[in-house]
Ligand binder design. Structure first.
Ligand SMILES: [Zn+2]
Length: 564
């Protein structure tokens, strides 16, 4: 293997003057990187501090800032330079849950599994309240000819149209007395069917070959195995879509219900987590203003269903809740950065990062403390080897990702502008590597740019076939969505997203109350740090900049979101 790599390197040197994009690889560095990671890995220690000690890291919360400060201090301790928190305009209040307990008092006694909804108020002490299940009216079937057995999103049955304003107003007026002072369960409990066919945690080698190997581009065997699905797209929205004239959307109904619960003085509100096995995903009050909501928790589907079924029998249920939430004044949030200074090309930069912010119901270990820890570890390895990259290597740990890639979008705008409105730094940028899909080993990369950019990455990644890295593909989408590399793509810059084996990310940990240190696979993340360290180093050493779209081939900005 080594000799073949060396021969390839010689060939590259001979061909360097030809206008063919090909990476110049320093083959000796990869063994040193592997040896350093094998002997002195710090990646699980870094994860421990980011997740166990400083998690959760909700944007705007003191624990996020403490995590960012710890990361900068740690990277500085490894010999990195220019470490700092760079403020950006978050301008929303901070929020943190400090205490949370919800119990059933009658007709059964039990502790209930809940998480607080962020940016909602607390209960001001302990409150006892009768439970009431508020189920807003619905319109007729959205698609009367569809298979009635086909469950809609969230297992709530076939999709129905929204109510009219008059139908909703009449219903809310009819239940106002029952809601006053009550614990209001909003919505019918979801039925979550048993999954007898769970998806595999790892991609097969064949899937990875089809997706990332250049030779597989026209292989008929790969037709149904995801060739070209290398990038991040926008996520699908939940709930009802556009409505016919006169019917309310899910968002309009939700807004009305929020205002109704505040006006009717509900004691607290309970949402159904609607997922199996006690999984809870708790996001935010969309206004970020605690005055617009009553105290709100998301309850595991199993507890929610039990209470709703007992209420449906006509038996009263009494609950007790103590919710202590704290808000902090509006202000900036922070991206955490630190660098390894370059030499002759030091004003050019190669970046790597992940989002340090998380949701608040667990410690955000797989989303995305581990992505940050891997990138920090890659830089630590290079510092420990005392190598001198030609370009500057910069690690950036974003905040505001979960609220819409806000930190990375602000950073790109401030530092680089966009292809339409570039700053002087725009021309000096040489790629941004991103990890944000959990603990799984890296299987390939997608780069925003021409095929020549993917070719450079494939050359750099080729020595890591034994770690199951398949290769790289190019993407031309400037749409933002999914994760922070798309903030760079959006500006016309080469964002590079690594794809990972999903492991338990989609099924268990992503955004849930189960996203903890225990769910990280040490061998996978150590391998990932090796691959990232090598990629950063080789990109920093190339004679030519990473190829980009020429102005005439630059894809247009998508309409709507992403036009920043
Ligand atoms: Zn994430």
């Amino acid at each position: 293997m080594k000799y073949r790599t060396f021969a390839a390197a010689l060939l590259v040197a001979v061909c360097a003057s030809l206008p063919i994009a090909q990476a110049q690889i320093d083959p000796s560095i990869n063994d040193k990187i592997r040896a350093e990671e094998a002997a002195n890995s710090q990646v699980m220690r870094t994860l421990h501090f980011l997740a166990d000690v400083h998690g959760p890291r909700l944007t705007g919360s003191p624990s996020h800032k403490a995590a960012a400060e710890w990361a900068v201090k740690t990277m500085t301790g490894w010999g990195m330079v220019n470490g700092k928190l760079e403020p950006w305009d978050w301008n929303k209040p901070g929020w943190a849950n400090e205490f949370l307990a919800v119990h059933a008092v009658a007709p059964f006694k039990d502790a209930l599994v809940v998480e607080a909804l962020a940016w909602t108020p607390g209960t001001n002490g302990t409150v006892k309240a009768k439970a009431f299940n508020l189920v807003t009216p619905e319109g007729p079937l959205a698609n009367p000819t569809a298979d009635p057995a086909a469950a809609g999103r969230g297992g709530r049955g076939p999709q129905r149209l929204g109510p009219t304003q008059a139908e909703l107003d009449a219903y809310l007026a009819s239940v106002a007395d029952k809601v006053k002072g009550a614990a209001v369960l909003v919505g019918r409990p979801a039925f979550v069917a048993v999954n007898l066919d769970p998806p595999p945690g790892r991609q097969s080698d064949e899937q990875v070959r089809c997706r990332y190997d250049e030779a597989a581009a026209n292989d008929p065997a790969c037709q149904n195995l995801g060739r070209g699905r290398g990038g991040f797209g926008g996520g699908g929205g939940g709930g009802r879509g556009p409505q016919p004239e006169g019917r309310l959307t899910a968002a309009q109904v939700a807004e009305k219900v929020d205002a109704f619960l505040v006006a009717s003085k509900a004691a607290f509100r309970i949402n159904d987590a609607a997922r199996p096995h006690g999984q809870i995903v708790a996001f935010n009050n969309r206004t970020y203003d605690a005055a617009t909501a009553v105290p709100t928790v998301v309850m595991r589907n199993e507890d929610y269903g039990r209470i709703a079924r007992i209420l449906a029998d006509g038996t009263p249920v009494e609950l007790e809740a103590t919710i202590t939430n704290k808000t902090y004044p509006s202000g900036p949030s922070f991206n955490a950065v630190a660098e390894i200074a370059g030499s002759d090309k030091r004003d050019e930069v190669v970046m790597a990062g992940g989002h340090l912010d998380s949701w608040h119901s667990a410690t955000g270990a797989t989303d995305n403390a581990i992505g940050c820890a891997i990138m920090m570890e890659a830089a630590r390895i290079l510092k420990a080897l005392n190598v001198q990259p030609r370009r500057t290597i910069r690690i950036a740990l974003w905040s505001g990702e979960e609220e819409g890639l806000l930190g990375s979008l602000a950073y790109v705008k401030q530092h680089f502008g966009s292809v339409e409105k570039p700053t002087p730094e725009f021309a000096k940028f040489n790629g941004y590597l991103n990890i944000d899909t959990g603990t799984g080993r890296l299987r390939g990369a997608s780069v925003f740019g021409p095929p020549e950019a993917a070719k450079i990455l494939r050359d750099i990644l080729a020595p890591f076939k034994d770690l199951k890295v398949g290769g790289a593909v190019a993407t031309s989408s400037r749409a933002t969505g999914g994760t922070d590399s798309t903030s760079f793509n959006n500006a016309g810059l080469p964002g590079i997203g690594f794809s990972q084996d999903s492991i338990e990310y989609n099924s268990h940990t992503h955004h849930t109350n189960l996203d903890t240190y225990e769910r990280v696979i040490e061998t996978d993340v150590r391998d990932a740090a090796v691959v990232v360290a090598a990629t950063l180093y080789q990109l920093a050493m190339q004679e030519q900049p990473l190829p980009r779209f020429t102005p005439d081939k630059m894809p247009a900005l998508p309409a709507g979101r992403g036009g920043q």
